[in-house]
Design a protein. Structure first.
Length: 616
């Protein structure tokens, strides 16, 4: 049986040919509803399996926070690859902030919550997909965090949407084999455990162990009940097949928020049952998702947008200006996010994920936050932006970097979105955003504000509306479930940004139906996903699909080895591997790689190229 996270979602199968953008948004809304209402007959977020696991996680979070309040070094460590690791970072930052603010009279700069991301902090903005396949490095990174934080006991949350990441498998195995570390562990994903990846993890333990084997070994090696358990509600296939930055990322974010909020609520009021807290907060997130797609603006100025549709069209028009054979930045269209605090972080996270998801160029979608890396890691006392910016342009995420290196290139092909959440923006940041707004408008760029506030508090909206630019404004009953945690607002902002970049890339022709076809083949998972895409779309055997993928990778030359890692090292350097492989498969072997690339240079939309060839 195919893993659910890799299946094609029937709801969005024709998202690339739906009549209009409004229809596209409705499809995304219906698909996202599966996060709560469920998929087929599998257990969803509101079923007992999920609620029980959330209760266990929340209780352990509560114990770790109580340890900290009592001077014991308890920690919650959240780890993942790609989107999962970025969400782990974002949640750890938010939870530490909330914990310190709520208990400011008892703790100071406490870091109860830790994150690990495969590839290190570089992966927050620059994809490090190959790191996902390294179990030994995952185990080493985890041991280092436990040692460096002097943690005495804690909870490890290994996030892997498809139960496939070798990096996380290594961490779970390490905790199972070394009980002295004192950690319980939970495996968090969105597949049934029976569908965990069963192919051997290359280069680890003689290549004889798979992710599925790890689960079986760790379950057998438990020294007590619930030392190891699962959180795996089934939220359905992604709206864009395999794009776990969407539902996978959203569900990861709100379920962790549910567990943390319920724990905080229980500490503040011992009479409140954790299970009741969980259902209350989870229902709040369900309402947030529904209202984000269905909101009716309660602000009626002429520049207030009534739906997300115009923002998607605006972004798509910019990306369509990028369909050139030779990349010339002066002639390209770009999407820029200029965000405040948490909204800004969500912006650069969304932008970084377009590269591995759609094979986008790193400059196509960029996100910026006022102080850059100093806002990402607030515990530094000195400017760390220059250290990161030396690694490359993709690591420049501050307003200063944008103003010094990009602002003078902005033109009428570009779209600039200004992102803000009520209570997460100060006067100085707003002034800087206004300054950037004025300049990009003078240079002819399309602009729009995206605001999330509470109902009845229109101060931020009124201030922005006076600037005369379009505004997408969503007003919620509450920004979050507990004080100093803005989870509802953050989820709403994430859904907006995901819809904008997803819709824009679909309209650019980067999907075939709801299948990503320009993904970068940069790790083991994506190599096999590429084969599956070619096999399923072209209705050919996986053997033939693999041959077409390898031909595209090696330009019709013969590979030196059958090692997947060698294929990946070549594929990383290549563009349009899957689109080329699709054309090769559709031609029945009559096309060469060179001919396929020439055809795509004339028309980048694969479905149209194939239809034209069939007519001929």
């Amino acid at each position: 049986m195919q893993r659910i996270t890799e299946r094609t979602n029937f709801i969005t199968r024709d998202i690339d040919v739906v009549g209009d953008v409004d229809g596209m948004v409705r499809l995304l809304r219906t698909s996202d509803a599966q996060m709560f209402c469920g998929y087929e007959d599998f257990p969803s977020c509101f079923d007992e399996d999920c609620l029980g696991a959330l209760e266990k996680i929340s209780l352990r979070m509560k114990l770790c926070m109580q340890d900290r309040l009592n001077g014991v070094r308890g920690s919650v460590v959240m780890s993942g690859c790609g989107t999962s690791g970025r969400i782990a970072y974002f949640c750890s930052k938010n939870y530490n902030y909330c914990f310190r603010k709520v208990f400011s009279d008892r703790i100071d700069n406490d870091e109860c919550f830790q994150f690990i991301i495969a590839g290190g902090v570089n992966a927050l903005v620059s994809p490090q997909e190959a790191a996902e396949d390294k179990p030994d490095i995952g185990a080493r990174d985890l041991v280092n965090v436990i040692s460096n934080t002097k943690t005495e006991r804690g909870l490890f949350i290994g996030i892997t949407c498809g139960f496939s990441a070798g990096y996380v498998a290594g961490q779970v195995m390490q905790l199972s084999e070394d009980k002295s570390l004192g950690f319980d562990s939970v495996l968090f994903g969105f597949n049934p455990k029976e569908l965990a990846r069963d192919s051997p993890i290359e280069g680890w333990r003689d290549g004889n162990i798979s992710f599925k084997d790890v689960i079986e070994n760790v379950e057998k090696n438990q020294s007590r009940e619930d030392e190891f358990f699962f959180l795996n509600p089934i939220v359905g296939p992604e709206s864009i097949t395999g794009s776990t930055r969407m539902k996978g990322g959203s569900a990861t974010k709100f379920l962790l928020d549910v567990a943390f909020s319920s724990a905080i609520m229980s500490i503040l009021d011992e009479k409140k049952k954790i299970r009741d807290n969980i259902i209350q907060v989870l229902s709040g997130f369900e309402h947030t998702v529904r209202s984000t797609y269905d909101f009716s603006s309660n602000t009626f100025s002429t520049n207030s947008l009534k739906s997300i549709t115009p923002t998607i069209e605006m972004a798509a028009n910019s990306l369509k200006n990028g369909n050139l054979d030779e990349r010339n930045e002066d002639q390209m269209g770009h999407i820029y996010y200029i965000g405040a605090e948490n909204a800004g972080i969500l912006g650069f996270i969304d932008s970084s994920e377009c590269v591995p998801t759609y094979g986008a160029h790193p400059n196509d979608v960029r996100g910026f936050i006022k102080k850059g890396w100093n806002d990402v890691f607030t515990h530094h006392n000195q400017d760390i932006n220059s250290d990161f910016e030396q690694k490359g342009s993709s690591f420049g995420i501050s307003y200063d970097f944008f103003k010094q290196n990009i602002l003078h290139t902005v033109n009428s092909r570009d779209s600039v979105f200004f992102l803000a959440i009520e209570q997460c923006i100060d006067e100085e940041t707003l002034a800087d955003m206004k300054e950037i707004l004025n300049t990009v408008k003078e240079r002819g760029a399309s602009v729009c504000w995206i605001l999330v506030t509470t109902k009845g508090n229109n101060s931020l909206y009124q201030t922005v509306s006076e600037l005369g630019s379009p505004i997408l404004h969503h007003a919620l009953d509450s920004l979050g479930p507990v004080p100093f945690l803005y989870g509802y607002a953050e989820l709403s902002m994430k859904l907006f940004l995901n819809a904008i970049t997803t819709g824009a890339h679909v309209l650019k022709g980067m999907t075939f139906g709801n299948r990503m076809i320009n993904l970068k083949v940069s790790n083991n998972k994506l190599f096999y996903r590429a084969i599956n895409i070619v096999s399923s779309i072209m209705n050919v055997t996986e053997e033939l699909a693999e041959k077409c993928v390898l031909r595209a990778i090696y330009n019709d030359s013969t590979p030196e080895s059958n090692l997947v890692s060698l294929h990946i090292s070549h594929a990383i350097k290549m563009n349009k591997v899957v689109p080329v492989a699709l054309l090769l498969a559709s031609s029945g072997g009559t096309l060469t790689v060179e001919q396929a690339r020439e055809m795509l240079a004339k028309d980048p939309v694969v479905r149209q190229v194939i239809l034209k060839e069939k007519k001929n």
